[in-house]
Design a binder for this molecule. Structure first.
Ligand SMILES: *Cc1c(COP(=O)(O)O)cnc(C)c1O
Length: 351
């Protein structure tokens, strides 16, 4: 019986899978689309929807592509999966490898991975190695290891990742009844913007959608190679998931931008953190800083009148806020500690 919670089953006809492909699943995909009324009031856009990808099994959209990549690796007889990661790819690879009975090696940029993501990789039993350098250096290392045939590479340079990730575009078209007018999405290694665009193009071809959205990708100012047009040697941003200086899917991102009539732009760390707080406090949705780059981009574009009349907008919230507890904690100072009496608590609240 096909399993409705299994992404591979649900979208088998759109994916590079056969009956022999293992039906690996942790219940990925089918994530909520939540209306963002506070953002609508602020920006004047008629309809804004949040695609809450943090509700995936390991808390990010990476699960959509990872389930396909790991299933195909298993089908091909691999015993080990390998990836470089700013954190979420590692968490996802570790979980799906565990599920598949495979082993997993992750190579991380030392000191640049959010606590929740590292905890996940460790909990799922991955072999974790940190390298001195950024994500781009870690990716170069795993590419070399994979070339030597040591394991199946499951970074987004693996085309099965992009195939799995494009299912999010299908879900949007199914839920809304068409593609939105515009899609806002954070851009790091640029696999996801490439995947969404591929999904929307296929949706328009198969009749799942009548139109294709304008694609608006957002990088952090300190890590904006696509905006500057050249790689950034030392990318810096609080949004660690998009701290990438030389995106592997550079061409895919540029094609998505140009073919859709959209843009790839940069937002500052303070705009990202503002949007991060706004989402959590005014919409009740806790997404990680990288995800908030899409919201910061929408707010900026709305302020400068650059929305081209878009009425229905979707923002992709790529990862769960709980991934990066230190960032959230840093927004408040000391939490008052008082005697366990109503009077003491009341006094503390008044202070
Ligand atoms: C991976 C990731 C991104 C960036 O996606 P790319 O496909 O690398 O552009 C953005 N946000 C979160 C939370 C991520 O995990």
């Amino acid at each position: 019986m096909p399993d409705a919670r299994c992404l591979i089953d649900r979208y088998a006809s759109y994916l590079p899978v056969t009956e022999r492909t293992p039906r690996l699943t942790l219940g990925e995909g089918d994530t909520p689309l939540v209306r963002a009324r506070s953002l609508e009031r602020e920006t004047g856009v008629s309809e804004i929807w949040l695609k809450v990808e943090g509700q995936n099994p390991t808390g990010s959209f990476k699960d959509r592509g990872m389930v396909v990549a790991v299933a195909k690796a298993l089908e091909g007889g691999a015993r080990v999966v390998l990836c470089a990661s700013t954190g979420n790819t590692a968490a996802s690879a570790a979980a799906y490898a565990a599920r598949a009975g495979m082993s997993c090696t992750v190579v991380l940029p030392a000191g640049q991975v959010a606590a929740g993501k590292l905890a996940q990789a460790i909990a799922h039993g991955a072999h974790v190695v940190a390298v001195r350098g950024g994500f781009d250096a870690a990716l170069a290392v795993v590419r070399a290891l994979a070339d030597e045939g040591e394991a199946a590479l499951v970074n987004s340079v693996n085309p099965h990742r992009i195939e799995g990730q494009k299912t999010a575009a299908f879900e949007l078209c199914e839920t809304i009844g068409d593609a939105p007018d515009a899609l806002f999405i954070p851009v790091g290694n640029a696999g996801n913007i490439t995947a969404y665009w591929k999904g929307f193009v296929e949706a328009a071809k198969t009749g799942l959608a009548r139109q294709r959205p304008r694609m608006y990708g957002y990088q952090a100012e300190g890590a904006a190679p696509l905006v500057r047009g050249v790689p950034v040697a030392h990318p810096e941003t609080v949004a660690t998931a998009i701290r990438i200086g030389n995106p592997a899917s550079w061409k895919g991102a540029v094609a998505a931008r140009d073919e859709s009539g959209g843009a790839i732009d940069a937002v500052s760390d303070s705009e990202i953190l503002d949007a991060y707080s706004f989402l959590a406090r005014c919409e009740g949705v806790f997404a990680e800083p990288a995800s908030a780059a899409a919201i910061a981009g929408l707010r900026k574009r709305a302020r400068t009148g650059g929305l081209g009349g878009a009425k229905r907008v979707v923002c992709v919230l790529t990862g769960n806020g709980m991934k990066d507890p230190d960032r959230a904690r840093s927004l408040a100072g000391d939490i008052p500690e008082v005697e366990a009496t109503p009077d003491a608590v009341r006094a503390a609240l008044r202070a």
